[in-house]
Design a protein around this ligand. Structure first.
Ligand code: UDX
Length: 478
């Protein structure tokens, strides 16, 4: 973590007005924590990470933090000694947990977790006050229980606000029966959704969308009962979308991102990180390496993996490549890589199953990031001033990619089927061309702006102060 961030967020901890100390009868000093907050994450890496970071942040500001979590991907108490962990029986043991089955997973979790969560909350309320329930947008059951029990319910937006805004635009188009469109119109701009084209929308604009997907999207967007929103974003990144959304929901918004820079450091990775790649990076020239990772959920076909391999090999640049065991549909880890590729790149390639990504991105050896544009990866890369090659796979990633390439201009768009030559050219452009150098300059500027937002007086810092005040003074609902 940047020491300048640490200085402000850690010294603040000791002088904050909310972090009270009280004399006990015994004469010893005992910390009296602020209200209890109950956090309900959606248990996949890209969602659980920001929720745990928010928990650490709120704990550092004096709140007692309970994490009410599914048994699937349960956090380890050894990593989070400051939290109370409350497991919810989720009964999803037999389910396919891949992205392709995600709507069924979400539905099962929402159905199975509601009753145990209600029991936990009723028992908790008999003993003490609960300030609020903060839940992932996807964990709707937490919102319902909170509202039934008259506890304020706050949504944590783990994706960017522009994604939610784009879903509102998409639903409006569907309601007006303006979709689907012919393929030839996908490059056109979506009305009232600048800078998005139809092809950047999360749901296909050129084919019939199944009812189950539309219903899920409506319920994802419908947050009428929420008391407030917390966003893992920064106001300057998406001011307009935030304004539009706040107008839509008409409740307080708190933009306290990037949470990985705002919160005290904590272990959030669900997978063991291969730290040896950092030593490998130490031996590379400054800004010479392309880091390649498609996050925790996306899958690709074997053909694309092979294209990536040859694109990297033919670019003649060093690379650090994350190939998760489940990255390639239907293949075992690494077995599908051609032997001559392995031979050719032995001296300048490092392949791991899971990397310590934040450390990798802040390493001086990294010059670019070929990414799927998940929101956490996007924020982590922006915060380290690393330009990106954008290869979005689904959902918010398409929106993030468009912002990276056409608004913030720190990313290069890589079409899905651009083949090995497209990848080779993109890697060379980012690492060795004037265009790449200009992107790097803009990325460094963004990094500095992000640092300012986090420091005292910055937008995220101020928003966090307001959030602490807000939760501290929230009355129980009538
Ligand atoms: C999912 C969705 O796919 C994404 O679109 C959404 O924005 C959040 O939820 P995921 O695909 O995992 O997330 O991507 P991302 O949001 O980038 O989160 C991945 C996290 O895993 C990052 O915090 C990254 O640092 C970490 N990571 C990734 C590692 O620690 N090691 C790796 O090797 C790869």
């Amino acid at each position: 973590m940047n020491p300048r961030f640490q200085e402000h967020f850690y010294t603040h901890k000791t002088d904050q007005k909310f972090h009270r100390i009280q004399e006990t009868q015994m004469g010893s000093l005992q910390e009296q924590r602020l209200k209890k907050v109950v956090l309900v994450p959606f248990p996949f890496q890209g969602h659980i990470t920001p929720m745990l970071q928010l928990g650490s942040l709120l704990h550092s500001k004096g709140f007692s933090v309970v994490i009410s979590h599914t048994q699937f991907n349960a956090p380890d108490i050894a990593d989070h000694p400051d939290f109370v962990l409350l497991p919810l029986p989720d009964d999803v043991g037999g389910l396919d947990m891949s992205f392709d089955n995600m709507l069924n997973v979400i539905s099962a979790m929402n159905t199975n977790c509601e009753a145990p969560f209600r029991d936990h909350m009723v028992q908790m309320l008999q003993k003490e006050e609960v300030g609020c329930v903060i839940h992932d947008s996807i964990m709707k059951f937490a919102d319902e229980v909170a509202n039934d029990l008259r506890i304020p319910s706050i949504v944590l937006g783990t994706s960017n606000a522009s994604y939610s805004d784009s879903l509102c635009a998409m639903l409006e188009l569907l309601d007006k029966k303006l979709l689907p469109l012919p393929e030839s119109q996908l490059q056109e701009s979506v009305p009232n959704a600048h800078p998005l084209r139809y092809k950047d929308l999360a749901l296909s604009a050129s084919s019939e969308i199944p009812d189950i997907v539309i219903d899920f999207t409506r319920s994802y967007i419908d947050k009428k009962a929420a008391s407030a929103f917390i966003w893992n974003t920064v106001d300057m990144l998406e001011h307009q979308s935030l304004q539009k959304l706040q107008h839509h929901y008409n409740v307080p918004f708190f933009t306290v991102g990037p949470l990985h820079k705002m919160a005290p450091p904590s272990r959030t990775s669900l997978i063991k990180e291969e730290t040896a790649c950092l030593a490998w990076l130490d031996n590379q020239a400054p800004r010479s390496v392309i880091y390649v990772s498609l996050g925790s959920l996306a899958t690709i076909e074997e053909e694309e993996l092979i294209d990536m391999a040859w694109g990297l090999a033919n670019s003649d640049q060093p690379f650090l490549w994350v190939i998760r065991p489940s990255l390639v549909n239907g293949s075992e880890w690494i077995k599908c890589l051609p032997e001559d590729f392995v031979e050719k790149t032995r001296e300048r390639g490092c392949i791991v199953q899971w990397a310590p990504q934040k450390e990798v991105l802040s390493h001086p050896g990294i010059g670019g990031f070929l990414t799927h544009c998940g929101w956490n990866s996007t924020l982590e890369s922006i915060c380290e001033g690393v330009p990106m090659i954008c290869r979005p796979c689904f959902a918010d990633q398409l929106v993030d990619s468009r912002y990276l390439t056409h608004v913030w201009r720190v990313g290069l768009e890589l079409e899905k089927n651009s083949g090995r030559l497209g990848i080779e050219n993109a890697v060379r452009t980012i690492l060795t061309s004037k265009e790449g150098e200009e992107m790097k300059v803009r990325a460094s500027g963004m990094k500095q702006e992000m640092e300012r937002c986090v420091l005292k007086g910055g937008s995220s810092y101020n928003s966090l102060c307001e959030l602490v005040e807000y939760i501290s003074t929230l009355p129980r609902k009538i």
